[in-house]
Design a protein. Structure first.
Length: 190
């Protein structure tokens, strides 16, 4: 019984503790408030194009440090040239095992990213050309010339683009690009 705090002293201690907890909260999230061990729970985020007080030039959207790579991406080693396309064709092999499920997934990826330009048959008669939105007909990927090309070249063109075709590497994961290659070679070019 000697270690117990008397009731007349316990009430003020509880009132101080409750008051400290209530004062430490901030409902607007504009200010950091007074938090005990916040552990970066409420880091201040910037809106698009909002000026930053932390940088010398006021920019809040900073470029990544040169040479950094996103965690799940491996840099593509071939530039967007014809010589590099041929080299990619010689050096790259499709790591995705050919199965019926892979062909289904490749078809789905093709229909998502390629069909609007290259068309359902791969002949360049996609909606964007046939509707008149594109004046230049996209390349046919079912010609004898493209049927003879190795899968690495097709993968390269999907990744970095060629001619009027833009690069799709940033939009399509590498394994999905290889699935598209399987679909093109096994279904469209047969």
């Amino acid at each position: 019984m000697k270690n117990m705090i008397p009731k007349d002293k316990l009430i003020p201690v509880l009132l101080i503790a409750v008051t400290a907890i209530m004062v430490s909260c901030d409902k607007t999230r504009e200010e950091r408030g007074r938090e005990y061990m916040p552990d970066m729970y409420h880091s201040p985020a910037y809106d698009t194009y909002e000026e930053s007080k932390r940088t010398d030039d006021g920019k809040s959207a900073l470029k990544p440090v040169e040479g950094t790579v996103p965690r799940h991406r491996i840099p593509y080693p071939y530039p967007a040239t014809f010589k590099a396309r041929a080299k990619a064709g010689e050096e790259l092999e499709n790591p995705v095992k050919l199965t019926s499920k892979v062909l289904e997934e490749g078809k789905k990826q093709y229909e998502t990213f390629c069909i609007n330009c290259h068309g359902e048959q791969g002949n360049g008669e996609g909606y964007l050309y046939t509707s008149g939105k594109y004046k230049v007909k996209p390349k046919s990927i079912v010609t004898e010339q493209w049927k003879e090309r190795p899968g690495g070249e097709i993968f390269h063109v999907i990744t970095v683009g060629q001619g009027l075709m833009g690069a799709h590497g940033p939009q399509i994961e590498p394994k999905d690009r290889w699935k598209i290659v399987h679909y093109i070679q096994q279904k469209l070019q047969k």
